[in-house]
Design a protein around this ligand. Structure first.
Ligand SMILES: *Cc1c(COP(=O)(O)O)cnc(C)c1O
Length: 357
């Protein structure tokens, strides 16, 4: 149920919507007309508002620019076939947002504020959601530390924002990935389970090296043994081996992905055995060498499912046939059908904003 919003709205007088071409969406640098902001100071959130998108003013001393207190989320709103808008699993995204904020010593965002921010912005900018099954509105909530002070300390002031960007089907092709055994993304006890900016900055260098070797992405291994598979880029990992779904456990170094959670529920519903357990690249290589039927894929909000067609392990490369009848595509279709309101929503994942509200 949408909450009753109390956030003041200033509408743009110069909408960019007439220039927006839903058939040729360039994702990433084409935000909608408006943005949400709220400020934290003296121990509480206030000044919540939705305004025309504009530049920020920030002190060069702002703590986020120096010591990494930044946290974000990524979720999507869809236009359903009946005209309603649906935000996919915002409560689960909100609870992860707060876990990330906690880990970075940043103030939690109350659920009502998070939901109001999303509903107000999505309602106002709903015409930016193309009426196409392959399109959506990507929502990016984030918090940054704004206290102006050069000093290694926890900030006393923060800015919470939400921006929205239309997205068409995000299909980057099948992935070629390399098992990374030199660099690590995260270790247990570190920040791998938080969606904080620093994790991504630190991943660029090894990913760049893998790209120079002809790969698209890295399969990260754990920080202690460099053996157990963790994640790939900004996606969780899933394998189907002889019909059993295997995904690494939430042991502290990987993100609790909403897509991962949703696909596990759908797989179980389809009668597939789902196991969350440590899975080493040795075990993967043994399965490949034994000629077992292996599907491997990355899962996350942006691309939903990215099939992996080639895995580099040391000096060896293994090709994985990606066929139309793969189980991963069945999982994806079921998830998309639920997200788009084409079938009943048995898990209560869709947060509906009725047409006209
Ligand atoms: C965002 C993200 C994911 C995917 O999470 P979803 O909730 O499914 O979008 C997985 N791993 C990392 C590192 C991420 O940043």
């Amino acid at each position: 149920m949408p909450t009753v919003t109390t956030i003041p709205v200033t509408r743009t007088t110069a909408s960019r919507l007439p220039d927006f071409d839903p058939d040729h969406i360039v994702f990433g640098n084409n935000p909608t007309d408006h943005m949400f902001t709220a400020r934290y100071s003296n121990g509480s959130w206030g000044e919540a508002r939705v305004e025309p998108l504009h530049q920020l003013t920030l002190s060069p001393l702002a703590l986020c620019l120096h010591y990494g207190q930044t946290v974000f989320e990524g979720l999507k709103a869809y236009r359903l076939e009946n005209g309603d808008i649906s935000i996919f699993r915002p409560y689960k995204h909100h609870s992860r947002f707060n876990k990330s904020l906690d880990r970075l010593c940043m103030p939690e965002v109350p659920e009502a504020l998070f939901m109001d921010a999303l509903h107000t912005l999505v309602s106002l900018d709903r015409d930016w959601i193309p009426a196409r099954a392959d399109s959506s509105l990507y929502l990016r909530p984030f918090v940054i530390a704004t206290e102006p002070r050069v000093g290694v300390k926890v900030s006393d002031e923060y800015l919470f924002m939400v921006v929205a960007l239309p997205m068409s089907s995000y299909y980057a092709g099948n992935l070629k990935v390399k098992v990374e055994t030199e660099f690590v993304r995260a270790v247990e006890g570190g920040t791998g389970a938080a969606k904080c900016g620093g994790n991504y900055g630190a991943a660029f260098y090894p990913t760049q090296k893998a790209k120079e070797q002809g790969y698209d992405q890295i399969l990260w291994t754990d920080g202690k043994h460099n053996e157990f598979l963790e994640e790939s880029g900004t996606m969780n990992l899933m394998f189907l081996i002889d019909g059993v779904l295997i995904t690494p456990p939430l042991a502290g170094s990987i993100l609790d992905g909403v897509t991962r959670d949703s696909l596990m529920a759908i797989a179980r519903e389809m009668g597939i055995v789902v196991t969350e357990r440590p899975f080493s690249y040795h075990e993967l290589e043994a399965a490949l060498l034994a000629g077992k039927q292996v599907e491997a894929f990355g899962v996350g909000t942006a691309a939903v499912i990215s099939p992996i067609e080639l895995i580099g392990i040391g000096a060896n490369q293994y090709k994985l046939p990606v066929t139309d009848d793969a189980v991963l595509f069945q999982l994806k279709r079921r998830l998309q059908d639920i997200r788009l309101g084409r079938v009943a929503d048995p898990f209560g994942w869709n947060d509906i904003i009725p047409a006209g509200e």
